[in-house]
Design a protein around this ligand. Structure first.
Ligand SMILES: Cc1ncc(COP(=O)(O)O)c(C=O)c1O
Length: 375
C-alpha cells in the first residue's frame, strides 16, 4: 500500500523551513516574551518577527495582526468580538450558507443571544451574488462575514465587491481566508476587508496557531480577558515557537509561483478523470473561480466513502456522510443544489506543494481500476 497525501485542505505537513525555525525557537525562545530581561528578549524578537512576516503576507501593519490558536478562534473572535463590542444594541450579521462550521456555529450561538443572522444562498458553482448581500444589509447590520475560498469545493467568492458594498454601508467586513492564504493573493488592501482569519496548519505551519487581521480602528471585544498581550486584544503569553512558525510559513506562502505547477497538476488530474469516466464524473465548484489545488469531483451513482475505502493509502475527503444507511450531503453541496445521487459520490482531492505528477497519475489509474472493474 503506497501512501499518497491529497488532503491538504484538511491540513498541510510542516514545511522543513518551519520545523527548523521551531527547533531554534524551542531552544532560544523559552523566556516570557513580556519579560524585560535577557531571557525574554529573544522570545519577544521571535514573536515580533513572526508578526511582521504575517503582516508581510497580508500587506498590513504588524500591529494589525493578532495571534490566535487557529482558524476557529480567529473566526470566533471576529464574530463574537464584533457582537460583544456592540452589546445591548440590535445586531444583524450577514454570512453565507457555505461557511465553515467555525463561522456557522458561532452565528447560531449569537442568534441564541439575540442576534439576527442572514445566510446568503449560493449558485450551483458555490458563488454568492453581491446583489443579495446589498439587499440583505439593514440599518442594524454590524458585520458581514464571507469566506474567501471554500474548503470543500474551492470556490472563490467576489470578496472585493462584497467588501466594497459593506464599506458603502459602514459595516465591518470579515473574510475567512484559512483556505486561500498561500494559494491565491490575500492582500487585505486588494480585498478591502476589515478582518481576515488565517490558520497555521493550512499553510505548512503547525496546529495551535493562527491569526486575525484587525484593521486599525476596527473595535472587537476580546474573547480572552487577562493581561495586555496582543495589544489588549487577546490575553495569554505568546508562544515564540508557534508565532515564529506561523511567520516562517507566511514568508514561504508569500511566493505563489509554485501554485502554477499545482494548478497544472490539478487540471491534469481532472482531464484524466474526464477522459476515463466521461459523464460519470462531475466537477463540483466553480470551473474558473476556484483554488488551484482543489478538485472536488462526484462519481455519479457511487458513494464517495466506498471509493476512498478502496483507494487504500490515498488520503482525501468525501463530501457526504452515511448516517443509519442514509446518505447525507455536506451542507455545502446541499446549498449548491447538488442532486443526492451526484453529491453522494463526491470526493475532495486537495493537492499541495509536494504533490507530484506521478502521484496524480497513480491515483487516476487506481480509480480506473476500482470504478471500471465494478461498472
Ligand atoms: C475555511 C476554514 N475556516 C476555518 C477552519 C478552522 O481552522 P482551525 O482548524 O485552524 O481551527 C478551517 C479548517 O478546516 C477551514 O477550512
Amino acid at each position: 500500500m503506497r501512501r499518497i497525501y491529497l488532503d491538504h485542505n484538511a491540513s498541510t505537513p510542516l514545511a522543513p523551513e518551519v520545523a527548523a525555525v521551531m527547533r531554534r525557537a524551542m531552544e532560544d525562545g523559552f523566556g516570557n516574551p513580556s519579560s524585560p530581561h535577557w531571557a525574554g528578549a529573544p522570545a519577544r524578537e521571535m514573536v515580533e518577527q513572526g508578526r511582521q512576516q504575517v503582516a508581510g503576507l497580508l500587506g498590513c501593519a504588524p500591529e494589525e495582526v493578532v495571534f490566535t490558536s487557529g482558524g476557529s478562534e480567529s473566526n470566533n473572535f471576529a464574530l463574537k468580538g464584533a457582537f460583544f463590542a456592540r452589546a445591548g444594541k440590535a445586531a444583524h450579521i450577514v454570512t453565507t450558507r457555505i461557511e465553515h462550521p467555525a463561522i456557522l456555529a458561532p452565528c447560531r450561538f449569537l442568534e441564541e443571544l439575540g442576534a439576527r443572522v442572514t445566510y446568503l444562498p449560493v449558485d450551483s458553482a458555490g458563488r454568492i451574488d453581491p446583489d443579495d448581500l446589498r439587499n440583505a444589509i439593514a440599518a442594524d447590520t454590524i458585520l458581514v462575514s464571507v469566506m474567501h475560498a471554500n474548503n470543500e469545493v474551492g470556490t472563490i467568492q467576489p470578496i472585493a465587491d462584497c467588501a466594497a458594498i459593506a464599506r458603502e454601508h459602514g459595516v465591518l467586513f470579515h473574510t475567512d481566508a484559512a483556505q486561500s492564504v498561500g494559494k491565491i493573493p490575500t492582500l487585505v488592501g486588494g480585498l478591502g476587508v476589515d478582518l481576515l482569519s488565517i490558520a497555521g496548519h493550512k499553510v505548512y505551519a503547525p496546529k495551535g496557531i493562527g491569526a486575525l487581521y484587525v484593521r486599525k480602528g476596527a473595535t472587537l471585544e476580546p474573547l480572552i480577558h487577562g493581561a495586555a498581550h496582543e495589544g489588549g486584544r487577546r490575553a495569554g503569553t505568546e508562544s515564540a515557537m508557534l508565532t515564529a512558525a506561523l511567520g516562517a510559513a507566511c514568508d514561504l506562502a508569500a511566493d505563489l509561483s509554485g501554485m502554477e505547477r499545482v494548478g497544472a497538476l490539478r487540471d491534469r488530474f481532472w482531464t484524466a478523470l474526464k477522459s476515463r469516466f466521461g459523464d460519470r464524473v462531475v466537477l463540483n465548484g466553480d470551473p474558473e473561480m476556484r483554488l488551484p489545488n482543489t478538485l472536488n469531483v462526484s462519481f455519479v451513482g457511487r458513494v464517495g466513502a466506498d471509493i476512498l475505502a478502496q483507494l487504500d493509502g490515498v488520503a482525501a475527503s468525501t463530501g457526504s456522510a452515511c448516517h443509519a444507511g442514509r446518505i447525507e450531503l455536506s451542507p455545502v453541496l446541499e446549498a449548491m443544489g447538488v442532486a443526492p445521487e451526484v453529491g453522494m459520490g463526491a470526493i475532495r482531492f486537495s493537492l499541495g506543494r509536494t504533490t507530484t505528477q506521478e502521484e496524480i497519475d497513480a491515483v487516476a489509474a487506481r480509480l480506473s481500476g476500482i470504478l471500471l472493474q465494478s461498472a
